[in-house]
Ligand binder design. Structure first.
Ligand SMILES: [Cu+2]
Length: 158
């Protein structure tokens, strides 16, 4: 046996094909194990009749913070909730002055979950709180102001 045959044995087409097959298997396994086909989409396909005047309020959850704009216009808003942490979280809106809860999530958000909620807010100062599993005591709250919106002023923005 010459050294030439040893080298050619190492790089047979069969070995290359097997490696390729293994590679393809890994690729398909990754795709198959990914997000479910209907979940995790950021597209607006679910709300084709979206109002162009829609006011979006993005609220992110993490351990242990609630992140959102400190000022929100009054009236109808669309909350875009996103749990970016690794624990479950919920959300309550509490009027600061009266300490009364005006809205809360129907169920907790799982890690990575996104949820859209339509809501109407009256002017005032609010606390946005996650009161799940002692998170509030760890600082998982923020305050925001709902400001009265007057249609006449909307044209002067920017
Ligand atoms: Cu929480």
């Amino acid at each position: 046996m010459t050294s030439e045959t040893i080298i050619s044995n190492k790089y047979t087409p069969t070995a290359v094909i097997l490696q390729l097959a293994a590679f393809m298997f890994i690729i398909s396994a990754c795709v198959g194990g990914g997000a479910p086909p209907t979940g995790g989409s950021d597209s607006a396909a679910a709300t084709p009749a979206a109002d162009p005047e829609e006011v979006l309020v993005e609220i992110d959850f993490d351990e242990y913070v609630v992140l959102m704009d400190p000022v929100v216009p009054s009236g109808p808003v669309t909350l875009k909730l996103a749990n970016k942490g690794f624990e479950e979280h919920n959300l309550l809106f509490v009027v600061v002055e009266s300490d009364s809860t005006v809205w809360e999530t129907e169920r907790r958000l799982s890690p990575g979950e996104r949820r859209t909620v339509m809501l109407e807010l009256a002017p005032g100062r609010y606390r946005a709180v996650c009161d799940f599993a002692g998170h509030e005591d760890r600082g998982m709250f923020t305050e925001f102001l709902v400001e009265e919106t007057t249609p006449d002023e909307s044209g002067s923005e920017l």
